[in-house]
Design a protein around this ligand. Structure first.
Ligand code: PGA
Length: 242
């Protein structure tokens, strides 16, 4: 069973648009058998959806690390859970880069979401510069070792390899450099060597045209889809083509 996760980030702009997008996706993927679909909308839209389809789950990101602390800047994971989220995106590159989130903070957040029964999606990936300097392996190892420190049970963990230089920044049709299937396959093996038996998925400029090839040729367990998940037609096509 492949795992296809829609990462809507902070879009669409209104709850009405989000519900429309969600309903169109649900209507078209509910009978799909070989794919588990997860939609990760902005937190404030979570409570707007009616989730009555088995093949679909909700997730979210951008939450606060502690379950019992009062904090007026972020959202708590228990709140996200109350509104139906079962998956949690942790350590996305936008948070590492723009919010300076450290591996240590990511590690705390992972422990928190695991204790609450979420399935965490830990995002890792190197910058273009690190890649140029041949540091990909070192960077990924470091992110995994620090991010997963002290975490024994990794059975339900999903690792998303998202090379930062391949992320489309919202435009699924942008012609950015993409890793080859061989690159991705090597990274998958590296992650499995370090972490063991967990799901490994790929994210970065995936769309309906390249999804199937990526999955088949790289052996990845699924995809984390940004820009292309904001078009119901594109996203549904991706899911159905697999
Ligand atoms: P993209 O985003 O599919 O638009 O490249 C992926 C991500 O940031 O998770």
């Amino acid at each position: 069973m492949k795992l296809i996760i829609a990462n809507w980030k902070n879009k669409p702009q209104t709850a009405k648009e989000a519900v429309e997008l969600f309903n169109k996706i649900v209507k078209n993927v509910q009978d799909v058998k070989n794919v588990q679909v997860v939609i990760c909308p902005p937190f404030n839209y979570l409570s707007s959806f009616e989730l009555n389809v088995k093949s679909l789950e909700l997730g979210c990101q951008n939450t606060f690390v502690k379950k019992d602390e009062t904090n007026d800047q972020k959202i708590s994971w228990p709140e996200a859970k109350k509104h139906g989220a079962t998956f949690a995106i942790v350590g996305h590159s936008s948070r590492r880069i723009f919010l300076s989130e450290t591996d240590e903070a990511i590690n705390q957040e992972l422990k928190e979401v695991l204790s609450l029964g979420f399935t965490p999606i830990l995002c890792i990936g190197e910058t273009a510069q690190q890649r140029k300097e041949n540091k990909t392996e070192e960077v990924l190892k470091n992110q995994l070792q620090k991010g997963l420190a002290g975490i024994a049970n990794i059975d339900d963990l999903v690792i998303a390899y998202e090379p930062i230089w391949a992320i489309s920044c919202g435009d699924p049709y942008a012609t950015k450099t993409m890793p080859t299937k061989e690159n991705i396959s090597e990274i998958k093996n590296l992650i499995k060597e370090i972490v063991g038996n967990c799901k490994v998925i790929y994210g970065g400029s995936t769309n309906a045209a390249n999804a199937k090839d990526f999955l088949e040729e790289s052996g990845m367990d699924g995809l984390l889809v940004g820009g292309a998940s904001l078009s119901s037609e594109e996203f549904v096509k991706m899911v159905k083509n697999i």
